[in-house]
Ligand binder design. Sequence first.
Ligand SMILES: Cc1ncc(COP(=O)(O)O)c(C=O)c1O
Length: 419
Amino acid sequence: MKHHETFPLVPVARGSGVWLYGPDGERYLDAVSSWWTNLFGHADAAINAAIADQLAQLPHAMLAGLTHEPAIRLAERLAARTQLGHAFFASDGASVVEIALKMSVHYWANVGQPQKREFVALADGYHGETLGALSVTDVALFRDAYGPLIRASHFVPAPLPTEPSECEPCCAACVVAPLAVLEKLLARSGDRIAGFIVEPLVQGASGMRMYHPDYLKGARQLCDHYRVHWIADEIMTGFGRTGSFLAVDHAGVRPDFVTLSKGITGGYLPLSVVLTTDAIYQAFYADSTARGFLHSHSYTGSALACAAANAVLDRFDANGGQLLPTNAAKAASFAPLLEPLRQLESVRNLRQLGMIWAFEVDGANPDFARKVFALGLKEEILLRPIGPTVYFMPPYCIDAGQFAHLVNGTVRVLQEVRA
Ligand SMILES: Cc1ncc(COP(=O)(O)O)c(C=O)c1O
């Protein structure tokens, strides 16, 4: 709050497409999709209409002892898309990570292996900021103050060079050593480990670090071999962000759990879901309540949010599933527009995957991110660098003119920061 005395919060009054508008008509291109949630732009007509329809019928009813059509339809559609046939709803990303962790440990207890209750995660990974999610998050800034409250986990190296380099999205050779470390850990402690959680292909919060899909294939094999659940946290990467519906689709592998949130409602309402396999579901299927999975949040599977999510899936289904190929063609057509950024000497390791672009800026000081944010607003762009990493993760509706506005504005911002 003290920082905000010199660096005031930015009021926003409305949104339309890629733009957010201030009360006096100022506009900002939302290059971060409002914390990676927005898919099709602000105030999208189809999602607005779906929410309004649902609002008139049933805004919310608890999903305990009751059920409703939007939740059932959504669960069926997500199961068909992911081949994971069981869905457990919650409201936010961190809450559904908690659920996946609890479900994994409870599964092992139900099948007679209660000693399997530790987790492995990737170095620099991020899975949310509630206590369980923080226990598998490796970002000191978020963890350190709460250290005494957090359970210890195992962290293994991500398949990335220590410093971002030209080898990103990282190559197949870079996965070998990190997989060997994972294997050593699982061989030694697999009988105590319940699950291995990863952000597939892109480590978002640690700076949009992009790695090779072969790591996911290798992790799947090791988790099978050592009987450890593989949890893919697709809260940021899901819903087409990396170019396929799920990031794990790039590797052609199925996790035991997939967590989804953010884009699930197109960035409109809080909703999250964990999807899992028949085998895991079966371990909870019993007369005894103690074997059942116990977890509840009041707004779990909110009907309004499920209606928004069904409208999002309608978009993925429309025109024979053209959305992802259209995004791929769009990203390819934007490549020449990045040239002014490439020309800047300070820009390193410009990379792209699906609808995510990122690069590092040489010589960024600790105040860099705040300066870029402030100067970006003057250029009508909303940027939130992560340390020295600047990234673009715009809504999918961005067009070439808007992308050029984003790139050219960013170039001017970086020149001014340097000056
Ligand atoms: C991969 C990943 N997992 C979990 C979360 C936490 O989601 P939420 O902020 O909704 O709790 C995030 C948020 O950025 C995320 O990127």
